[in-house]
Write a protein that binds this ligand. Structure first.
Ligand code: ATP
Ligand code: MG
Ligand code: MG
Length: 406
């Protein structure tokens, strides 16, 4: 526990009077990224105390959390120490120490969702095995551990061949596509080699990518948000349109697959289910996140209850809120780093200035200390009375002709 240390601001918290609020339980969040930040923002509305654990002092969540602890969420000692301060432990990232969470659960610590869920999800190969066992449609896949199994996979799936890291994947960093035989070895190398733990997925030629946020309260009831369409840029989520413009039967099928996937996992909270829609109207599961998700950022402005508030309600055992949209349409546009350093900040700034001039646009900036190419630095959400109107606002936002005068 020596690596944990409270920020100086916490000195003052010691003498604070006990004030009775909506809920006395302290929510401990493993991770302090933008999802943690937005969880803290939602918590502040009801004076729910959220504490965060992250190795970085100046992470997106640190200035919004009730207490920020410095330490790694993949370090057992730090997680154990942190858990002593929490009434319930939850996550904003799945790459946390699942062994320690399991051990804590055995000692009676309340982890939501359950450690078993984190363990399944944090290993994409294990996740695929799990969902296939539960009869949920997934792209065909196989483990690879050397050139022989890779050649088997190549024979089985053909090209393009999607090679993925089993663990520590996010924002497409863990995926490598080989278009032909002579790209195979460089793809494996790009992922750090076979020793990292790799598997191969059959390429799914999707016509659209869809996503569904599903909440489960402590009583076990499931509650779904509208199906959305996600668009990726270099494997990174870039644009989310809510609701997705797809036929009713596709919506129903998507909700069915999403609910079935979440029902196979344990614990309370919100879960994001990423889906592929194929040209023959099949809905195939890509992956699940056991936490709030980029595809649900829009819910802050567009729904009665945001995914962040819903996650807190779920893990705390409070009644779930209404996930339905209170506007006709919403678009979320990620502000991805366009360049390193100052020049990247400059470009983001120009877009933000334009955004502030367009009615119906909300700006979120995560305050990350470093700008990197393709890093998620912030997002904007546009809401409006129809998808075509919202799309016109997005065009205005992206057009350099729009005035930057505020
Ligand atoms: P996230 O940030 O969503 O956690 P990730 O790093 O876990 O991303 P994936 O969701 O596995 O990555 O893949 C990223 C994107 O790559 C998908 O959204 C999709 O666009 C594409 N992709 C992934 N798997 C396949 C596949 N089997 N066939 C075709 N495209 C795929
Ligand atoms: Mg992922
Ligand atoms: Mg994904």
């Amino acid at each position: 526990g020596s690596r944990c240390c409270l920020r100086p601001i916490d000195e003052t918290r010691k003498n604070e009077p006990v004030i009775h609020g909506v809920c006395e339980t302290v929510v401990g969040v493993l991770g302090g990224g933008q999802l943690g930040r937005m969880l803290c923002q939602a918590a502040s509305k009801m004076a729910i105390k959220v504490i965060t654990l992250d190795p970085h002092e100046y992470c997106p969540a640190s200035s919004f959390s009730y207490q920020h602890l410095l330490g790694s969420f993949s370090d057992g000692d730090a997680v154990r120490e942190f858990a002593k301060m929490c009434g319930v432990v939850t996550v904003e990232i799945e790459h946390v120490d699942a062994d320690t969470l399991e051990e804590l659960e055995r000692q009676g610590v309340d982890c939501e969702p359950k450690a078993s869920t984190i363990r399944i999800i944090q290993d994409k190969y294990r996740q695929k095995v799990h969902f296939r066992q539960h009869g949920i449609p997934v792209s065909d896949f196989m483990e690879i551990d050397g050139i022989e199994s890779l050649q088997l996979a190549e024979k089985k799936f053909g090209y393009p061949l999607m090679i993925k890291s089993k663990r520590l994947a996010y924002d497409g960093r863990g995926n490598a596509v080989a278009q032909s035989e002579n790209e195979l070895s460089s793809a494996v190398l790009a992922l750090g080699g076979y020793d990292k733990g790799l598997y191969v997925e059959k390429w799914t030629p999707f016509v659209k990518e869809l996503a569904v946020i599903v909440a489960r309260g402590r009583g076990g009831t499931l509650s779904c948000y509208s199906v959305v369409e996600t668009t990726h840029k270099d494997n990174i989520c870039h644009i989310v349109e809510a609701p997705a413009i797809v036929p009713e039967k596709i919506k129903k099928l998507s909700l069915d697959v999403a609910q079935k996937a979440v029902a196979s996992l344990e614990g309370a909270g919100v879960f994001a289910v990423e889906l592929f829609l194929t040209s023959d109207d099949q809905v195939v599961l890509n992956e699940v996140a056991p936490r709030p998700h980029n595809s649900g950022h829009h819910t802050i402005e567009s729904c009665y209850t945001s995914q962040y508030e819903q996650h807190l309600r779920a893990v705390l055992g409070l009644p779930l809120g209404d996930p339905s949209m209170k506007v006709q349409a919403a678009i979320m546009y990620n502000l991805l780093g366009e360049d390193e350093g100052e020049s990247g900040f400059c470009m983001a700034n120009q877009l933000i200035k334009r955004a502030l001039n367009i009615p119906g646009v909300s700006v979120h900036w995560y305050d990350k200390p470093e700008m990197r190419k393709l890093r998620k630095m912030g997002h904007v959400t546009i809401i409006g009375p129809s998808m075509s109107k919202v799309k016109r606002c997005l065009d205005m936002l992206l057009s350099p002709e729009t005035t930057e005068h505020v």
